[in-house]
Design a protein around this ligand. Sequence first.
Ligand code: NAP
Length: 311
Amino acid sequence: MKSGDPKTYEVIIIGGGPAGMTAGLYTTRSRLRTLLIETGLLGGQITTTELIENYPGFPEGINGSELSLLMEQQVKRFGLEIINQEVLEVRLEEDRKVVRTHVSDYYSETVIISSGTEYRKLGIPGEDTFIGKGVSFCATCDGAFFKDSRIVVVGGGDSALTEALFLTKFAKEVTIIHRRDALRATKIYQERAQAHPKINFLWNSVVQEIKGDKEVRSVLVKNVKTNKVKEFETAGVFLFVGISPKTQFIKGLVEMDEGGYIITNENCETSVKGIFAAGDCRKKLLRQIATAVGDGATAAFALEKYLEEKE
Ligand code: NAP
């Protein structure tokens, strides 16, 4: 394989969130010819996060898009090549990896998968019908449409609580609907949400249906203890019921767990030599920017060692 050929690289990184950008920073500084392929916006999920308070170095917190832009500027300084395409498949061809996008095939000695996760859906009637008409998975993107409205947030994790807190900037009332009577979110978010005058909770409750006409008007909520179903008026439904890894394009090639998260060792090496995984798409304990950045650096370092040993 001639690494000078167009479309032929020493490293291809799939996904340009904090893990992918960090990996790119390290591989380009090691002078490895690197291509980063991203489907959407560089930065991934952080671009839709209003305030990041748990990434060190920003004592007052930082807006997600701002942090992402800083990472992008930094990595571009070292010459990372970035393209905006959708990866459809990764396959092995002799000693090289072939990454097929919706535009072309790209060839590389190594691949880092840092494709992240996406928000899960509930799979209830009305959910798909009203996306963009009151149903949303992004408070930063859509919150401003709900000025002085009554809205609901579904879920009890960090996403649900941080997004609910952000939505209080616009809405007159935010009701968090959670299926249990205890929250999963970090304690500091629980304290803030529970103390917020605009936020209230519907405990032990699940949304069964989202109803409306041209826009969302209400949700049917079932109390799981009493089985009673009530109609709850709302203009918006923000769904934060967990995440799923975006790993379909590599299914069957590398080892994954039952949820589709890629299994690696502590060096971010997957079951296939020369393929690494970093960030939220990897099976691991904690999914945060701090851990994604750590994975990106580890994967890049392990990759460099792999290439050295191969030679
Ligand atoms: P999560 O932690 O998996 O929480 C999902 C929530 O949705 C849980 O409360 C869960 O209920 C509920 N849920 C799941 N399926 C449901 C269903 N079918 N019906 C009703 N409720 C359902 O997901 P997340 O909040 O999106 O967070 C994902 C990861 O990103 C986490 O690691 C989190 O720490 C991280 N994150 C961090 C921050 C931050 O640090 N600022 C912000 C956002 C996200 P149960 O509790 O009953 O399971």
